[in-house]
Design a protein around this ligand. Structure first.
Ligand SMILES: Nc1nc2c(ncn2[C@@H]2O[C@H](COP(=O)(O)OP(=O)(O)OP(=O)(O)O)[C@@H](O)[C@H]2O)c(=O)[nH]1
Length: 234
């Protein structure tokens, strides 16, 4: 199921052939392929986040928990390089934990979610980070995401608490909404940019700073929830 892409393709989009030779994989529709895993407690919104990114839609209504693990591909273009993100959506339920552990080792990036309306999901982030340190590669890119930022009336985790936890672990952070789409694309684009730079960085190119990029691009939940509330009122 891990399906790495195969044959080498000619360099495109101004990315020099020598640099692309170092990419983890090459094929017709993309220059570089990367594995990204979505982690976090059951119900935090991982599947909805993925569907929002892939199809631009929100799955509302009955919550159907993921069983085991599933994946979707999406190609994004960053700085002229086509990056295929193979995104693994894991089941948050404890009983599937041993299944998902097996997939950590191959992942180049991990999006770790909590739900801003659930204290338990936030408190469990430390346990998730311990698992990550146990099973994932040492240089894996980790991003902390506080999802459901559109539901401001039920918020129990302040933005500052998310920021401070992320600072403690040295990982980038933002609040997101799989419902409104707030910061969904940004999360994946930031990952794609970081992984692309690791694979094809030119000697004279400045190093990509994922923290700075996110800080400069992210939308604040207060502004977004204001807009979402205004829209839902009509
Ligand atoms: N308001 C709001 N609801 C959301 C958001 N994201 C997900 N939900 C809802 O939260 C519930 C759980 O979402 P899922 O995406 O299935 O959660 P999950 O993390 O994939 O859960 P598991 O598959 O069990 O690990 C669903 O009822 C969604 O409609 C969001 O950003 N805002």
């Amino acid at each position: 199921m891990t399906g790495r892409a195969g044959a080498a393709a000619p360099a495109r989009n101004g990315c020099p052939p020598a640099a692309l030779q170092r990419c983890p994989s090459l094929s017709q529709d993309h220059d570089l392929a990367c594995k990204v895993m979505l982690l976090g407690d059951s119900g935090v919104g991982k599947t909805c986040f993925l569907i929002q990114f892939k199809d631009g839609a929100f799955l509302s209504g009955t919550f159907i928990a993921t069983v085991g693990i599933d994946f979707r591909n999406k190609v994004v273009t960053v700085d002229g390089v086509n990056v295929k993100l193979q995104i693994w959506d894991t089941a948050g339920q404890e009983r599937f934990r041993s299944v998902t552990h097996a997939y950590y080792r191959d992942a180049q990036a991990l999006l770790l979610f909590y739900d801003i309306t659930s204290k338990v999901s936030f408190d469990n982030i430390r346990a998730w980070l311990s698992e990550i340190h146990e099973y994932a590669q040492k240089d894996v890119v980790i991003m902390l995401l506080g999802n459901k930022a559109d539901v401001s009336s039920e918020r129990v985790i302040r933005t500052e608490d998310g920021e401070s936890l992320a600072r403690e672990y040295g990982v980038p952070f933002m609040e997101t909404s799989a419902k409104t789409g707030m910061n969904v694309e940004l999360a994946f684009l930031a990952i794609a940019k970081e992984l692309k730079q690791r694979a094809v960085r030119q000697p004279d190119e400045p190093r990509f700073q994922i923290h700075d990029y996110i800080e400069s691009q992210k939308k604040r939940s207060s502004c977004c929830s204001f807009i979402a509330e205004a829209l839902s009122a009509h």
